[in-house]
Design a protein around this ligand. Structure first.
Ligand code: ATP
Length: 219
């Protein structure tokens, strides 16, 4: 079986080192041969992003320009309707075939919200799930998630290489307290995001001023 492929979806509004470090650590742990970064066009589990999908995609491209094993995948921008992860995994499963190990990468906050996702019970039939701990997201699993972790959880990365889908691996890792929400607030306040995100992303944001006058919902 060829090495697993990682799938990292997100709003990426904007992308930052918390995303990249989590993807890198999970990639090393599991032995991924590449990670597909898939920006959501219309994320269903939250309010609308501040930046339009095309600009968020460009920021992800800028972040990954020197990365050989991290690829940008724009399929959710090309697909109409809400950006449901289950649809993306179905497409990838059809493209990679039934034998390929696929690993959905999630931060703990996203994992805790999984039971609210569209057709969430189909996800493990399509891919494994690898979860990176994140500061502030206390892992108190809702009952249905606790049951799933009890039956499908593993501490062995090898289990994700031996089967195409179906296992859950939770990894403490380096927990960087960086979030897109905090970055948007900092940028609005005129603060410099240096060392919180890749330089090409920072330069693009500062040169265009795209977050300077933005407002998050509810502000
Ligand atoms: P926002 O603050 O706007 O909610 P975010 O920083 O959580 O954004 P998203 O694009 O929504 O970023 O997250 C995409 C994925 O990356 C999710 O699975 C999320 O849990 C994960 N993630 C985001 N930041 C981190 C981080 N610092 N460490 C680990 N995982 C993270």
């Amino acid at each position: 079986m060829s090495a697993p492929v990682g799938i990292f979806g997100g709003t990426f509004d904007p992308i930052h080192f918390g995303h990249l470090r989590a993807a890198f650590e999970l990639s090393e742990l599991v032995g991924l041969r590449k990670v597909l970064f898939i920006p959501a066009a219309d994320p269903p589990h939250r309010g609308p992003p501040l930046l339009d999908a095309r600009t968020r995609l460009e920021l992800v491209r800028a972040a990954l320009e020197d990365e050989a094993d991290f690829e940008v995948d724009d399929r959710e921008l090309r697909r109409p309707g809400p950006s449901y992860t289950v649809l993306t995994l179905e497409e990838l499963r059809a493209e990679f075939g039934l034998q390929q190990s696929l690993v959905l990468l999630l931060g703990m906050d996203a994992f805790l919200g999984l039971p609210g996702w569209h057709r969430w019970q189909a996800l493990l039939g399509l891919a494994h799930i690898a979860v990176a701990h994140r500061p502030g997201a206390r892992p108190e699993f809702p009952d249905e998630l606790a049951a799933l972790v009890a039956t499908r959880g593993t501490t062995l990365a090898d289990d994700l290489r031996q089967a195409p889908a179906g296992r859950i691996l939770i990894h403490p890792g380096t927990q960087l307290d960086i979030s897109s929400t905090d970055l948007r607030a900092a940028l609005r306040g005129g603060r410099d995001p240096r060392y919180l995100m890749p330089e090409p992303v920072r330069r693009m944001i500062l040169a265009t001023g795209i977050y300077a006058l933005s407002r998050d919902a509810g502000e």
